[in-house]
Design a protein around this ligand. Structure first.
Ligand code: ADP
Ligand code: MG
Length: 314
């Protein structure tokens, strides 16, 4: 069986608030699913239901075929969870904390020592194992949380904003660790950082106000952007005004965006219906002889898709 995690119709109401509204998803072995949405969209609430920390108003989660609600011990044994912000015990060392977490999981004795060592190695904690957690950098503290999540070799990892609050180098490190951990696992990471999707996710679900509004591979999602197949030209200022006027008149071009860049101008031509306009523009360039120093065709922009799906009517 390839699907390791399946959530069906998860719904959570807090009084009259529909925090999570009928979310279904599945994740296969080897797959990293990005769970995207603005703050307050329902990501953490969904993850708490998936991991069995919060009972759904409706719906069920199956982990390796086991329903979480009626089999929570067995289901949780297959799952590792990095909660949002990953609260840790600051006055413990990583070794002390991980040993404690292993014992909570019922892993004791020499096996407990072994799993702590191998989890620490997997997230490169070896050199700080005896240092108090509250003296570690945020990046290292997050790694301690990741080590705790993988102690019992779970098949499924649920990571709530694993890179939130980290600097770019720390983000890069944590993403590499997640990639390495994904080989034989199913992983869900929630994030509101769009670059994360391109960096590590095989597939992404976008949620807004508790509902799924998009589900696809990063390139499928980007394909829904109005910038799909847009062509950007960089040219000197003195040619740009004329060029913008000519391009505006091309029947396959919807509109032109103009951005100044020093002595140059970046003209972006958005295609009508996102069709391929590169040939039309190449022909015009050859005809006009404008000194274009850059010519790029857009794959579409995730931030644009995200905004169009999650910003309410103004
Ligand atoms: N225990 C709770 N009681 C009442 N409302 C809650 C509770 N937990 C979360 N919410 C609300 O549910 C919505 C979704 O929250 P959350 O799942 O934390 O979103 P996200 O993780 O996407 O930022 C928010 O409006 C939040 O205020
Ligand atoms: Mg959250």
């Amino acid at each position: 069986m390839d699907v390791l995690l399946e959530a069906r119709n998860l719904t959570k109401n807090f009084g009259s608030l529909h925090a999570v509204d009928d979310i279904s998803l599945s994740v296969k072995k080897g797959e990293v699913l990005g769970f995207l949405g603005p703050n307050g969209a329902g990501k953490t609430t969904t993850m708490k239901m998936i991991t069995g920390f919060l009972s759904p108003t409706l719906g069920e989660t199956y982990v390796c075929g086991q329903p979480v609600s009626t089999n929570s011990v067995a289901a949780r044994a297959h799952m590792g969870y990095l909660p949002e912000g990953a609260p840790l015990y600051g006055d413990m060392t990583p070794r002390g904390f991980l040993k404690f977490m292993a014992s909570v999981r019922g892993i004791k004795g020499t096996h407990g020592v072994d799993v702590v060592e191998s989890a620490a190695r997997a997230v490169h904690l070896d050199n700080v194992m005896e240092q108090r957690i509250d003296t570690l950098s945020k990046g290292f503290r997050r790694r301690v949380g990741l080590a705790a999540a993988i102690l019992h070799a779970p098949d499924v990892l649920i990571l709530d904003e694993p890179t939130d609050g980290l600097d770019p180098n720390q983000k890069y490190e944590v993403r590499r660790l997640i990639e390495a951990m994904s080989v034989d696992r199913a992983i869900i990471i929630s994030t509101h950082i769009l670059e994360e999707v391109d960096a590590i996710c095989h597939r992404a679900i976008i949620i807004n106000e508790g509902r799924i509004v998009a589900d696809g591979t990063p390139s499928e999602l980007k394909g829904r952007s109005v910038y799909k197949n847009a062509v950007t030209l960089l040219m000197p200022v003195k040619y740009a005004q004329n060029a913008a006027g000519v391009l505006k008149g091309v029947k396959t071009i919807d509109r032109i965006e103009v951005a100044a860049e020093g002595a140059h101008v970046r003209l972006t031509a958005l295609a009508k219906g996102c069709i391929d306009i590169s040939q039309d523009i190449t022909e015009i360039l050859a005809d006009k002889g404008w000194p274009v120093t850059e010519f790029t065709v857009d794959n579409g922009r995730l931030d644009d898709v995200f905004r169009s799906l999650t910003v309410g009517e103004i």
